[in-house]
Design a protein around this ligand. Structure first.
Ligand SMILES: [Zn+2]
Length: 240
């Protein structure tokens, strides 16, 4: 039997599901179904949804409930303007300090991305490429940087899901490796240039709206064991 999850754990499950594009823009998040799925009270779910609403990844619509946010083209532009300003500052700091353990960790992260890309695991690749940017921010040890970037990264994931649900990771291959090399060499100008170009490429890679999302399997989306009651359980589509 799994113990009930805390507010923080539920928040993180939903947040990750959005960041990793298991929940897509416009999907309805029924309080009742979430409460059943997480085996908790609706009041707790409501608190979590309000917190996600403050972070702009959920929209609360009057009398209609909670929905995964649908970023507009303008929102996307704002997110990327902010990311360029922030990630430029981050990469300059890192290149000035260059070398050492952080670069080793970054290299191994890029290698995991390459493996996910080679094996065609798009969900894993999307997760890893998003984490790369957050990891750069974490290395600065500036919590304002890392918290803000985490939020921007989730909003970017939403925009990618909104405009091209089929995009692999939006980060083009090799660019992370080149960035890490510039940081390692302490080449501040090059690291700055590469980051700005990279963010331009990511932004350009986010394309046009796609189809309607399919029916939701909350247990699967939040990576919980299935316990859904009821008649005529559908045959499992895919396992493992
Ligand atoms: Zn990237």
């Amino acid at each position: 039997m799994t113990a009930a999850l805390t507010h923080q754990e539920i928040y993180e499950r939903i947040y990750s599901a959005i960041s990793e594009r298991r929940l897509l823009p416009g999907m309805k998040l029924s309080e009742e179904r979430l409460a059943q799925t997480f085996r908790t009270h609706r009041a707790r779910i409501r608190e979590v949804l309000m917190r996600l609403n403050q972070e702009m990844v959920i929209e609360l619509r009057a009398n209609r409930g909670a929905f995964v946010a649908c970023p507009t083209p303008r929102d996307l532009q704002d997110v990327f303007d902010m990311r360029r300003a922030l990630e430029r500052a981050i990469v300059i700091q890192l290149a000035e300090r260059h070398g050492g353990q952080p670069v080793v960790a970054l290299r191994s992260h890029v290698q995991s991305e390459d493996e996910a890309r080679a094996s065609g695991d798009r969900a894993r690749l999307a997760q890893l490429t998003g984490e790369f940017h957050v990891q750069l921010a974490l290395i600065t040890e500036n919590r304002m940087f890392s918290d803000t970037l985490r939020r921007l990264s989730a909003l970017t994931s939403l925009a990618i899901a909104q405009y091209d649900a089929l995009a692999a990771g939006a980060c083009p291959p090799h660019e992370h490796a080149e960035l890490v090399a510039a940081i390692e060499q302490g080449d501040v100008k090059r690291a700055e240039r590469l980051m700005l170009d990279h963010l331009d490429h990511v932004e350009q890679g986010i394309q046009h709206p796609t189809s309607e999302p399919a029916e939701l399997d909350f247990e699967q989306i939040f990576q919980l064991p299935s316990h859904r009651p009821g008649p005529a359980a559908k045959p499992a589509r895919k396992r493992g």
